[in-house]
Write a protein that binds this ligand. Structure first.
Ligand code: HEC
Length: 149
């Protein structure tokens, strides 16, 4: 052993390996950033989307729901709620559904999980709709794997 692996060979393996994997890591980071940049459609971001995200955060919807797979599993995934409620074919219908849903909570139906009433303004509801529309257009490479998250 002593003859085969000299100190300088060990050093070369160490530095060579470090540089090699650091370069791969850097390339992966660059690739990820580029992917996120184009897949999250920054050109579709606007004031309404920002307001919707603010409402989402202020009321901690993520404590019950998941968004693009992240969050709690008490209530349905909402990153795709726009698509699930037919937004691609009937944008107005999906927007109405989401807004009426928010206004109708809680349902009080026995044995059904309940969602609180948040008393949002019309402007905040429009923001939420735009936010969900934007999230539904993000290329998540089919994540989450099923509709309900
Ligand atoms: C305390 C838990 C809880 C919180 C917090 C919560 N929700 Fe919900 N939400 C639910 C539950 C439970 C359902 C499903 C109820 C049902 O099917 O009857 C639901 C359903 C929904 C739906 C309909 C989903 C679908 O699949 O059509 C929307 C939209 C929604 N929530 C939006 C929100 C938004 C926006 C917020 C934050 C402002 C929020 N929720 C906060 C529990 C919660």
């Amino acid at each position: 052993m002593k003859d085969r692996l000299t100190i300088s060979a060990a050093r070369n393996i160490f530095f060579g390996g470090t540089i090699f994997f650091f370069a791969i890591f850097t390339l992966l980071v660059v690739q990820s950033v580029m992917f996120v940049d184009e897949s999250s459609k920054p050109e579709n971001l606007n004031e309404k989307v920002a307001l919707g995200k603010e409402v989402w955060e202020r009321h901690s919807c993520v404590n019950c729901h998941s968004l693009l797979g992240e969050g709690a599993y008490f209530a349905p995934e909402l990153g795709n709620v726009w698509v699930r409620r037919g937004g691609r074919d009937d944008a107005e219908g999906a927007a109405d559904f989401i807004k009426e849903w928010m206004k109708a909570m809680p349902t009080g139906v026995e044995g059904r999980r309940q969602m609180p009433q948040f008393n949002l303004t019309e402007e905040e509801l429009d923001g939420l709709v735009e936010f969900f529309k934007w999230t539904s257009e993000i290329n998540t490479q089919n994540w989450p794997p099923n509709d309900a998250g």
